[in-house]
Design a protein around this ligand. Structure first.
Ligand SMILES: Nc1ncnc2c1ncn2[C@@H]1O[C@H](COP(=O)(O)OP(=O)(O)OP(=O)(O)O)[C@@H](O)[C@H]1O
Ligand SMILES: [Mg+2]
Length: 250
């Protein structure tokens, strides 16, 4: 049997903010197509870890590899070009613009990052097709021309997933996609995420253990910047320390 392909490797990565060690020597290996949940109490360092992986922050130490390529010092738009996309913990849409215009803007920005150095920007049709494909993937084609501000928060969060899908990612980082959603909206988001292309490697920061358990194969639990537990989801959920430190908060 051939060894599973490692999609993302984080090697002993740390991030200090002044005197605060927000991420401490974190190492992760995520296989191609894996669904990985990242859990941990507030301030554990989960979003900071995503910022480091996506290139929105520079690590104080350590290395990050995407499909074996060292991307530690690569700017975020180049990582996007290599297939890394993310969503944010806080809503990132333009409320007065329509759904399709938000997606077009993302598609355009990506094209500029990809091609501006080498050749003129890709055709308008190419950009539109990319935006429409992303909307189709979340099955919301009928909302195409509706301004964002007229949509429920639950639907807006789903549009944000489409915003990341515009990049046709190989690795997708989702920062609390169900935060602030009602149970019904959360169930819809889970349904959407389950339908995504199984070839995409997905890391999901999630506060709700039940949601994480439903969506992922393996769980990584962070606490005070370090990894407290990492492994198959059943093992992690039954881990005594995880139950004391993390689930105690739930
Ligand atoms: N840009 C920054 N400058 C200074 N400190 C920061 C910065 N970003 C995060 N921190 C601090 O780093 C620690 C980890 O924050 P982070 O946002 O990564 O936690 P988190 O696990 O995502 O928490 P939450 O569940 O609340 O989203 C916190 O103590 C936070 O205050
Ligand atoms: Mg966070």
């Amino acid at each position: 049997m051939t060894p599973a392909e490692v999609s993302l490797a984080v090697e002993s990565v740390s991030k200090n903010f002044g005197g605060l060690a927000a991420v401490k020597e974190v190492s992760l290996r995520v296989e191609r197509g894996e669904r990985r949940g990242i859990l941990g109490p507030n301030g554990a360092g989960k979003t900071t870890l995503f910022n480091l992986i996506a290139g929105d922050l520079k690590p104080s130490a350590g290395k990050i590899l995407l499909h074996g390529q060292d991307i530690t010092h690569m700017p975020n738009h180049q990582r996007a070009y290599l297939g890394m996309a993310r969503t944010f913990q806080i809503t990132n849409l333009f409320p007065n613009m329509t759904v399709i215009d938000n997606l077009l803007l993302a598609a355009q920005a990506l094209d500029r990052a990809k091609f501006s150095m080498f050749r003129p920007i890709q055709s308008h049709e190419h950009i539109v097709a990319r935006a429409e494909r992303a909307l189709e993937q979340i099955k919301m084609g009928d909302l195409r021309d509706i301004p964002i501000k007229h949509l429920s928060y639950g639907v807006q969060r789903q549009i944000e997933v489409a915003l990341a899908l515009v990049e046709e990612p190989k690795v997708l980082l989702l920062d609390e996609p169900t935060a602030g959603l009602s149970p019904a909206e959360s169930a819809e988001m889970v349904g959407l995420l389950k339908e995504l292309d199984p070839g995409i490697t997905i890391l999901i920061i999630e506060h709700d253990m039940d949601v994480a358990f439903e969506l992922t194969d393996r769980l990584t639990v962070m606490h005070e910047g370090s990894i407290l537990a990492d492994g198959p989801k059943d093992e992690v959920r039954n881990n005594q320390t995880v139950q004391e430190i993390y689930l105690g908060y739930g």
